[in-house]
Ligand binder design. Structure first.
Ligand code: SF4
Length: 321
């Protein structure tokens, strides 16, 4: 069996733009445009980028709640890209999602114990087994056994995210895709939830695909970081390499703008000019060339490939060709 839990190859999601009375296809929004990466068991990959860069679309494709335009998703050596129906339901326990807004994803009319137990009941477990598992999960995420009788609105935002995590753990997944999982929480609560996720990863040898716009949050939890811009990965490296030796001008700009109280020596702030181009009309050549402070002539016509520059450190930039 492959040592990678998850392999994503050349994944694309192009949404058609329709126009006219006959709704003909006038173009495509290239939300995700050729993304490849691997994730090992027990590893956390942070996916970071500005709003609209395609990171959530990528997560939803890997989660198989959104169809792909092309490319492949392989989980434990099995191609799951086009699974549906019973085949998809059979492997669904292996990968679960934690959402940004747990309140929106928790049915307010159902007691928390029943919300967490639902996947067990659907899979034919007895109510005694389900209750025992619910109690165990609540305690695992730092809540009390009695909390199973309460309803989502009776909990704080941080507690609700703990419930969301408990529900994601119910069927003992190997992979959790967390999409802006702490973005809606206060900073002090964010740290508690991130620490919980780190503990759970160790306890259950979980892998996380951790999607966030927040570099500080991604830094806290990730082993490796992938930086996304306009539907493509522009840099992938270990956390240490990304934060101490960023190679891509976009990563450098993001880091220069991020508040980092513990940073040794301040980075000069790089202010990017212009807006992110529309994914319906991405620029020719390097997708970042319209805003890049180090743009070369070649950048306007030739797209750089994501390639390894030093061991385990990949970037898509002509400065490092
Ligand atoms: Fe900038 Fe060119 Fe590198 Fe793109 S390829 S990031 S435009 S230097």
């Amino acid at each position: 069996m492959t040592e990678n839990l998850l392999e994503v190859r050349d994944l694309k999601k192009h949404f058609p733009i329709t126009a006219g009375v006959f709704r003909h296809t006038a173009g495509y929004v290239k939300a995700v445009d050729g993304v490849s990466f691997q994730l090992k068991q027990g590893e956390t990959l942070g996916i970071v980028g500005e709003s609209g860069c395609g990171k959530s679309t990528l997560g939803r494709m890997v989660m198989r709640v959104l169809d792909t335009t092309s490319g492949t998703i392989t989980l434990e050596g099995q191609d799951i890209t086009h699974l549906s129906g019973t085949s998809l339901r059979r492997i669904r326990p292996k990968f679960q999602m934690v959402f940004q807004d747990p309140y929106a994803s928790l049915n307010p009319k159902i007691a928390v114990g029943d919300i967490i137990a639902e996947p067990l009941v659907v899979n034919g477990h007895s109510s005694k087994t389900a209750t025992e598992r619910v109690v165990e999960l609540l305690e695992t995420v730092g809540l009390r056994a009695d909390d199973r009788r309460r309803y989502p609105h009776e909990f704080s935002g941080g507690q609700r995210q703990r419930i969301g995590i408990a529900r994601a753990l119910t069927l003992q997944p190997k992979l959790i895709i967390a999409d802006e999982a702490v973005s809606a929480l206060d900073v002090s609560i964010q740290a508690q939830i991130l620490n919980l996720m780190v503990d759970l990863r160790k306890q259950f040898n979980l892998s996380y695909m951790f999607i966030s716009h927040n570099l500080a949050v991604v830094r806290h939890i990730s082993d490796r970081v992938a930086v996304m811009y306009l539907g493509q990965l522009v840099e992938v490296a270990s956390k240490r390499e990304i934060y101490e030796n960023p190679l891509h001008p976009y990563t450098q700009a993001l880091l220069s703008a991020a508040p980092e109280p513990k940073r040794h020596g301040r980075r000069e702030r790089i202010v990017l000019q212009g807006d992110v181009p529309s994914p319906a009309k991405p620029p020719l050549g390097c997708p970042f060339h319209t805003r890049c402070p180090q743009v070369l002539d070649i950048c306007k016509t030739e797209a750089p490939r994501l390639r390894q520059v030093i061991s385990g450190h990949l970037t898509a930039c002509h400065l490092h060709a």
